[in-house]
Design a binder for this molecule. Structure first.
Ligand code: ZN
Ligand code: ZN
Length: 389
């Protein structure tokens, strides 16, 4: 039967699964109910299921009849600490938590592909791994799953994943070869001065003033040290110092994030930031502590796989609805898989006039777009497993 007919037969169940998942949003690495729901659903489909992979991760494996490549379809499971305000009848049942990044949709698409592909086992060469990953929002779950062998046994040859994207029009599929999303890290700086009377700066080391100089100097990295052709971001997102108008601050605490599409720039961030913090603080007589935490590398799509997926997407939504999105400085830990295995991460357009952005308490989307995602996944699996790995 035509894939599309098979998908429309399952559409109701796919939407039901998405709504059930939407009701139970959970924090990163605490996706217990979510992984339980997914494991049961995969078992009902007759797949081999592994749970607790890299924390709460779930992997369903479909073994085809003949030998061929293994394709991994990956979804992320975690939600965000946001109070939902969509007013939907299947709104979050967990106070203060919401699937505001659409990971309920990402999961429903991968589960939907499992629903459609599992009865086709006999026609399938190779294997499909349906991977549900914890803790994408804190850029930690992918590496945990890799450490616990998600890319092995059977060895994964291609990795695919999708995310809803309000930045492109509803009903489109967004594909881009090469870098699509940025490397993303976090830094925390504590500046240690000497507090005292606001009228006697000569007896103090003003941590607040040193902090201001650090923030300014950090902005020089992008404007004066980077090649202007390579986009990069340094954002200081929080800065806390001082307690009263007439007291010189003893401490200042800053935190921020860096972004880049280049791996070599990514690898050099910590040294650049440390150099500036060290230089500014020592010139002003302050001490400091810097903690620099790696998030994930740039997300780079394999040009060959992306080209094949573009062709498939055109069959699914029509030529005019396949778009090439601008790269985005947001990060995505799918990048860790794509560093090791060729593959493609693509966007499903949900943008329209007045729609709320991701990570917003009113974020919602039209469910029909999920069916396009399922169809791209299923056709891509059939296409890639026909090829030699
Ligand atoms: Zn998110
Ligand atoms: Zn997300």
């Amino acid at each position: 039967m035509e894939i599309r007919n098979l998908i429309s037969e399952k559409a109701h169940r796919i939407f039901q699964a998405r709504r059930a998942l939407h009701r139970i949003p959970e924090k990163s690495f605490e996706e217990e109910k979510t992984s339980g729901f997914l494991a049961r659903a995969l078992e009902e489909l007759g797949l081999g299921v592994k749970t607790k992979v890299g924390g709460t991760g779930v992997v369903g494996t479909l073994v085809g009849k003949g030998s061929g490549p293994t394709v991994m379809l990956r979804a992320d499971m975690d939600a965000l600490p946001i109070q939902e305000e969509t007013g939907l009848p299947y709104s979050s049942e967990h106070p203060g938590m919401m699937h505001a990044c659409g990971h309920d949709a990402n999961m429903a698409m991968v589960l939907g592909a499992a629903m459609v592909l599992s009865p086709m086992r006999k026609d399938l060469r190779g294997c499909v791994k349906f991977v549900f990953q914890p803790a994408e929002e804190i850029a930690s779950g992918a590496m945990e799953m890799i450490r616990e062998g998600v890319l092995e046994d059977p060895k994964v040859d291609y990795a695919l994943g999708a995310h809803l994207w309000p930045g492109i029009p509803e009903g489109t599929v967004g594909l881009r070869p090469g870098p699509l999303m940025a490397a993303m890290d976090r830094f925390d700086i504590e500046i240690i001065g000497r507090g005292g009377h606001g009228a006697m700066p000569h007896l103090c080391v003003d941590a607040l003033d040193v902090g201001v100089q650090v923030v300014n100097a950090l902005q020089r990295i992008v404007s004066r040290q980077m090649n202007p052709i390579d986009p990069a971001v340094v954002t200081v997102g929080s800065f806390q110092a001082g307690s009263a108008f007439n007291i010189i601050a003893e401490r200042a605490v800053l935190s921020g994030t860096t972004r880049t599409f280049r791996r070599d720039v990514w690898e050099g961030w910590e040294e650049r930031i440390r150099g500036i913090v060290e230089g500014v603080c020592s010139s002003m007589g302050a001490g400091y502590k810097l903690s620099y935490s790696r998030g994930c590398p740039p997300l780079v799509n394999d040009p060959g796989v992306t080209k094949r997926l573009s062709k498939i997407a055109a069959e699914v939504v029509g030529d005019s609805r396949v778009v090439e999105p601008d790269p985005t400085m947001t990060g995505e830990d799918m990048a860790w898989y794509l560093e090791r295995v060729p593959g493609c991460y693509f966007f499903l357009g949900v943008g329209k006039e007045g729609s709320a952005p991701l990570h917003n308490s009113r974020f919602q989307f039209e469910e029909y777009v999920l069916l396009s995602g399922v169809e791209v996944f299923c056709r891509a699996v059939l296409d890639l497993t026909q090829s030699e790995a």
